[in-house]
Design a protein around this ligand. Sequence first.
Ligand code: NAG
Ligand code: NAG
Length: 302
Amino acid sequence: MSTLLLLLLLAYSELANSSQLVHRSEFQHKNIFILAGQSNMAGRGGVIGDKWDGIVPPECQLNPSILRLNARLGWEQAREPIHADIDVNKTCGIGPGMAFANAIQEMDTNIGVVGLVPCAIGGTNISEWSRGMSLYNELVKRATVALESGGTIRAILWYQGESDTVSRVDAESYKVKLETFFLDLRSDLQSPRLPIIQVALASGQGPFVETVREAQLGLHLPNVLCVDAKGSQLEPDGLHLTTLAQVRLGQILAQEFIETLQNPMAIVQNASPASRSLGLMYLYLGSIWRCFVTYNIVVLII
Ligand SMILES: *[C@@H]1O[C@H](CO)[C@@H](O)[C@H](O)[C@H]1NC(C)=O
Ligand SMILES: *[C@@H]1O[C@H](CO)[C@@H](O)[C@H](O)[C@H]1NC(C)=O
């Protein structure tokens, strides 16, 4: 009996919490984004030697319209580091998620509530994400729970592959595994055209980075876009994107989502690979991107 009471109380407080965050009807129309992959999606920006510097740039600040599905499967206001209770065995810092969500809010002021579903785990290879494995199951479970309180999964953001650059065999089988993973996921989420924005590697744990990048950039599936992170500023470990680089990546992911996936016509028009000059990108992001860094991002629309 007392357990039941406690559960009811807990349920009530969750409800009270969430209605404080956002208006109820708005909450039911969440724009849900799944964040998955390994460390650079989980976020290591500002982490040096297992310690996060605690610096949250303005582009990653709290926003009452940005929620996060926490590890207990409850929605709460998102705050950095958004993977802290998910990628629990590592020190998390800044990833692309909050910058992405804030940029989406700036670019489309009518979009409403953004619900982030962090699922990335550091050091994981593509085989561990295949259908039936625990990471895959966890992703599908979190995505399913995220939908229960209302909303639509608008896209999956995927940044993974550093762990598959160590052996030639792994790198050479990456493309098939990645494609299978995307197709399985869409099928299990019952959304055959679910938009996916993947990030082509900026770094890797082994010598076969280019092989994995070729697989990522050469993946031709409808509604799968690829943003190239090559040239991103890295932490001293040579593997992880800095906070600044993560902010920029989040903003470019947002730009891709708004420009291409929000507008189905654009996908038809941009059916072949296209690249945009850095200059145009700066013009476009001028209002939110203030720092000039030597950066070499090319966006491929596949
Ligand atoms: C963390 O480490 C524990 C013990 O090794 C393991 O059981 C668990 O699966 C790990 N969790 C994650 C999210 O990596
Ligand atoms: C992927 O990682 C797991 C866990 O570390 C390991 O057991 C497995 O051999 C790896 N698979 C490949 C293909 O590298």
